[in-house]
Design a protein around this ligand. Sequence first.
Ligand code: UDP
Length: 250
Amino acid sequence: MSNLPTPQELLYEGKAKRVYRTADPQVYLCQYKDDATAFNAQKRGSIAGKGEVNCTVSSRVFAYLARQGIRNHFLAQTGPTEMQVRALHILPLEVVVRNRAAGSLCKRLGLERGLPIEPPLVEFYYKNDALGDPLVTPDHIRLLQLATPEQVEVLGSLALAVNTHLRDFWRRCRLELVDFKLEFGLDEEGQIWLADEISPDTCRLWDLEGSEPRVLDKDLFRFDLGDPVAGYQEVLQRVLQAVGSQFLLS
Ligand code: UDP
């Protein structure tokens, strides 16, 4: 373990993660926290074990996506709540893909929760806490110079490709992928890489085996739908059963 990059300067602290520089300028260290927030941080709390679940699930998902040819920032899981990632310049955009109506889409358009969406919908949100992360069109993105029109095209296609692979991944865990959020970053050459995390914090995951959908994601916390600690642990167990439980991945 002695040659692993150690955390140095804290670069960024978000709602669910801390990111540190390491001695290697190409490598950052992400530390996942149990803190939970919702509704633009108006609801705050903590979900015991969430950091470990999200770090481990994200590691398995990123490794799976890399095997499917989706370039992403994951390098290795180096502890229960800690992963090494490639240093990138993160674009200030959230890319959401939806396979069924839920959350803000139902609120905004009055659609029935659970309505299948085919073909899947791609949406862009401007990452800006002060503005409450508003929905933006490609023209808004151009106006605000958040990304070039070419980059927006690539982000949209990449998000749909990730959706295809993620649906397969979660199906193996007997879960349906309702919607999810992605973030992307640029390397020094301007190449686009998938970044951030992919976990029950960022995906809506439903078990459709019963008569009613059983929610197994952050909506448990957002809307007090059940025990989030048990829900997150169940997702972790299903992922480990589906993809193997070895701890260190490189
Ligand atoms: N999402 C996320 N971070 C955000 C906003 C949304 O990870 O800051 C995820 C959310 O978990 C869901 C998807 O993106 O899987 C779509 O979220 P939606 O727009 O419905 O917003 P919400 O209901 O979370 O307000």
